[in-house]
Design a protein around this ligand. Sequence first.
Ligand SMILES: CC(=O)SCCNC(=O)CCNC(=O)[C@H](O)C(C)(C)COP(=O)(O)OP(=O)(O)OC[C@H]1O[C@@H](n2cnc3c(N)ncnc32)[C@H](O)[C@@H]1OP(=O)(O)O
Ligand SMILES: O=C([O-])CC(=O)C(=O)O
Length: 433
Amino acid sequence: MTETASTPEVSLRHPGGELPLRTVPATEGASGLDVSKLMATTGQVALDVGFVNTASCTSAITYIDGDAGVLRYRGYPIDQLAGKASFLEVTYLLIHGELPTADQLAAFDDNLRRHTLLHEDLKQFFQGFPRDAHPMPVLSSAVSALSTFYQDSLDPFDPRHVEISTVRLLAKLPTIAAYAYKKSVGQPFLYPDNSLGLVENFLRMTFGFPAEPYEVDPDLAAALDMLFVLHADHEQNCSTSTVRLVGSSHANLFASVSAGINALFGPLHGGANQSVLEMLEAIQRDGGDIGRFVARVKDKEPGVKLMGFGHRVYKNYDPRAAIVKQTADTVLDKLGGDNQLLDLARQLEEIALSDDYFVQRKLYPNVDFYTGLIYRAMGFPTRMFTVLFALGRLPGWIAQWREMIEDPTTKIGRPRQVYTGETERAFVPIGER
Ligand SMILES: CC(=O)SCCNC(=O)CCNC(=O)[C@H](O)C(C)(C)COP(=O)(O)OP(=O)(O)OC[C@H]1O[C@@H](n2cnc3c(N)ncnc32)[C@H](O)[C@@H]1OP(=O)(O)O
Ligand SMILES: O=C([O-])CC(=O)C(=O)O
């Protein structure tokens, strides 16, 4: 592969100063295509596989300094929000740009509590899935189906539609998530109890039974609320970029978020929280030989990666992973979790962080590394972990979709390609091939 053209340095202003964006020079196509000719006809095309170096939008929502391990929502450092601001406050902050006053928060909460019910016909929808359906595709399908129930929620350019679809989605996703769980364990659905807040209601609908009292454990609710805060936004990650890309065609909020949920499902993104626990259990089953597992990772054995490690943006410790790690002990002690598996995770981290392979590549634990251990202690099956991520990430998806829709400079997302296929050739009829 030879470089055939160079592209100029461009830069964007951001709160941390000038952010230089190095564009990747386009390369010659595998079939010998002259990329410079493509450029002559289409203008500048810079090949950037995986968008490693390409900013797709401007945004005022979330700031990350990956080298320093800094994350801020609307300017507030994540460690100042986690454990101090509730998930509902952070949701309001991300979507509306400012922390709510007590009155604003009460009105927001009240509004959400009025929209937690699912239409009875939508409830029937869950019965169409097989008993052992993974709850993630059930979640995305049900969110997509919301478009069929609410005609007054579908116009991205009518502020009333945007507002009501925002409220419906925030209020209903916990109900949908709880029903996806109930379906997978063959238990009856519970109606929401709107005397409860969002997290408490979700826990009751998930773990409670109809006509039986369910006492929400305040420690459990507080821990889950804090984890949701840690997941609430992360600028242009794969699922959020998907939400924006789908929304850039003027698809409605439900359709866009449904696509985002599917992007989150992948094991390289949100699905990693499930894979981490499966990896830890596999190491444990294998006699707990961490050294042997790490050697397989370093040998790049197909399909073997240190799940929950590495990040496109963080080249330092993920600040969220640091918070989860710090609190994991306390939470597991309170909830009676598996400390052996936590010890294994800690040892694995220690071994990796003192190994040149991981040090040179700047691979640190990401947000998915320790969260599953806490979810497990809370009683969630492994297949629900990514659903919990989706519940936490929802405010970010909504805030980013709304920012995109409100931005007059937004254009339909449509990347170019560098064509590497056959050059023009003459059609050969089937009898002559
Ligand atoms: C919420 C989230 O989405 S956080 C991410 C969750 N995903 C995971 O935890 C899955 C494991 N991690 C990964 O697969 C990757 O680190 C990603 C997908 C997160 C980031 O990928 P990229 O930014 O494209 O990094 P890339 O794949 O180029 O990795 C750079 C190098 O580090 C290696 N590497 C990256 N992550 C890992 C890992 N988890 N284990 C072993 N090696 C790794 C790569 O093999 C590559 O090595 P090389 O230079 O010898 O080829
Ligand atoms: O930002 C990313 O690439 C992945 C992500 O969503 C996160 O870390 O929360």
